[in-house]
Design a protein around this ligand. Sequence first.
Ligand code: MG
Length: 238
Amino acid sequence: MRRAGRMVAEVLMLLRDRIIPGVTSLELDRLAEKQCRKWNVKPAFKGYGGFPFTICASPNEQIVHGFPNTNPLDEGDILSIDFGLISDGFYGDHAITFPVGRVDSDTQRLLDVTHQSLQKGIDAAQPDSFLSDISHAVQSCVETAGFSVVREFVGHGIGRQLHEDPQIPNYGSPGTGPRLRPGMTLAIEPMVNVGKAGVTILDDGWTAVTVDGKLSAHFEHTIAITENGPEVLSRIDS
Ligand code: MG
């Protein structure tokens, strides 16, 4: 899983370098797929439940599961990219919301808070803590900042399957659910809206957008619980 995690991180860093005004999310999708072919690993999302692309590319008011397309991105946009792959039977899953060129300070704050809420969730993933301690840490961080947490989508266990038990909501009271134990591997993934928490699914059956058209951000890491605390697997030096 460290290897799968390192590879998903490398692909997102590869894409990051291409995210400038004028690029299309379909170009980024092709690039991610090409890298998978080069490594001889399988993209995890393509064909999953019928999802037709290698990456999920969700700009601006799109929350998750957006389809890559040929619309050039504009300066000041944000683009959430979620990407997973399978290496030697194990999954890695990782998401980052990237700024396109320069974004305004309110938008940057959304990215910062969402990233910070992921970090708070990871910090709460200690051996012998409770699963909902993660949920509570994420929610507190987001709502203290004045943003709202999406409830329709959750983090998840990950390993030999992309989505395993338990589900990890990004909200809830601490101290409930299963105890976290060394050896558990989890994908923690806060989705944060500037405005209302609500979600609408577009006619393609996949793309989740905010009900009020305001911005949304998404960060995700695959982590392992170790005796010494959480270890982030979806990173380059993993
Ligand atoms: Mg995930």
